[in-house]
Design a binder for this molecule. Sequence first.
Ligand SMILES: Cc1cc2nc3c(=O)[nH]c(=O)nc-3n(C[C@H](O)[C@H](O)[C@H](O)COP(=O)(O)OP(=O)(O)OC[C@H]3O[C@@H](n4cnc5c(N)ncnc54)[C@H](O)[C@@H]3O)c2cc1C
Length: 493
Amino acid sequence: MRTVAGKTDHVVVIGAGLGGLSAALHLRGAGRSVTVLERADRPGGRAGRLELDGFRFDTGPTVLTMPHLIDDALAAVGERREEWLTLHRLDPAYRAHYADGSTLDVHCEPQRMAAEVERLCGPREAQGYLRFAAFTEALYRTSMRDFIDRNVDSPLDLVRLNLVRLVAMGGFRRMAPKVGQFFTDERLRRIFSFQALYVGLSPQQALALYLIVSYMDTVAGVYFPEGGMHSIGVAMAGAAAKHGVDVRLGTGAEHLELRGDQVVAVVTSTGERIPADAVVVNADLPAAYDLLPERLRPARPGRLRAAPSCVLLHLGTRGETSHHTAHHNLHFGTAWRQIFTELIDDGQLMSDPSLLVTQPTRTDPALAPDGGSTFYVLAPVPNLAVGRQDWSTLAPAYQERLLATLEERGYAGLGASVRTSRIITPLDWQRDGLVSGTPFSFAHSFGQTGPFRPPNLLPGVANLVLAGCGTVPGVGVPMVLISGRLAAQRITG
Ligand SMILES: Cc1cc2nc3c(=O)[nH]c(=O)nc-3n(C[C@H](O)[C@H](O)[C@H](O)COP(=O)(O)OP(=O)(O)OC[C@H]3O[C@@H](n4cnc5c(N)ncnc54)[C@H](O)[C@@H]3O)c2cc1C
């Protein structure tokens, strides 16, 4: 494994997203002196917090999987997660609501889930589910150690026994036909393949390899931290500070000072110069490159294909409005293939949308004032590279359209119960410096995966490492926690 050149006693981490915080904890655990610079006044990055009229909303991830990766980062400095975070395992992990009026609860215990599948779709499909759960678990075990949780210096590094196994398992075929080998019922095909969207693709385009996300999501378990997902970043930053990491919130990095090919200091937006032996950059990729002198900026991000974006609608309500809902609800429309074509290829809004509606107050009522509820509605929309929408004028009408769709899909009276709301569109993500106005970074197509994704070491700069969703292994809380560890290993060896 290649490592950075030179001394590594003091490392500056730019960005306190979950990737940056993971790097900071692993570096501190390995005995480095660490300074974290975060331009925002809170840690967590995309796992942020919005407070509106006494309602508290998560602004990014809501589905927490693989919490042992948080344990791992905290354990690097000798801390136990239980001392910092109270996690609830969600049951059901999701409730799927279909256009024909049927519902399916996703339980992350195979026998209970098989019984639920049998209830809705019959015994053959239940057998298919048990085979699917075993297959995705094997896929996860085969791919994790050799392909995801590992620094790779060249594609040749991947030529191992597990690569042969992955090929034999069909990991490099497409996701939709693979899922079709286990299920004939269209409803099951959807609930076990919609996760392709989490990696920025349709189930027809995504590699079957990414069924590991379905495994994390529907088999391994979904969790929710008390106080919301934002508590994860707060806990990680708190543990880092307790162990001597200098976490400076409200301090942006303006540029990097180089001597030859070595970064020697980070200059902040207030002009302060912070000497550094090595630097980890957690900012989204184009913004990370902008910190470098022009001669060293890689040209590639412009040519990478961004994932679709999303609109988030945060609603704080009063009174009972949610009928038949769980913590996480997936509302599928009738259309399926077509919505991915609209989103990804045609740059259009979904004509018959599928939506994620999360109601965090189901698990933690303290997130709303007494008698209130919070709703987080996520609608996939095209990113700004392909989309033709003018969000500066469209946003209010789109909010009304989403509310009307929700009322039709079982949330009768929702509109009238709203006490506070905020809509976030691709323009907001763009203003935050996120590539193509999407918070989901680059799509995980074959050519942007593994050794073909922007690597965490930059050519031409000897002591700079990237961490976060724009680099390896990729997008999502589990992946960026791993990316922080991989970045730290590039420094510590
Ligand atoms: C709406 C939404 C829903 C999602 N849903 C899920 C989900 O359910 N489950 C899941 O696993 N993942 C989900 N994700 C993805 C996941 O949240 C992200 O992949 C992950 O949090 C990104 O972390 P990161 O470390 O790469 O970067 P970020 O969170 O973007 O952190 C980067 C940090 O760097 C800071 N920064 C940037 N430039 C500078 C500078 N010059 N100086 C100082 N600081 C700087 C930023 O302020 C930011 O805090 C979701 C994301 C969003 C937005």
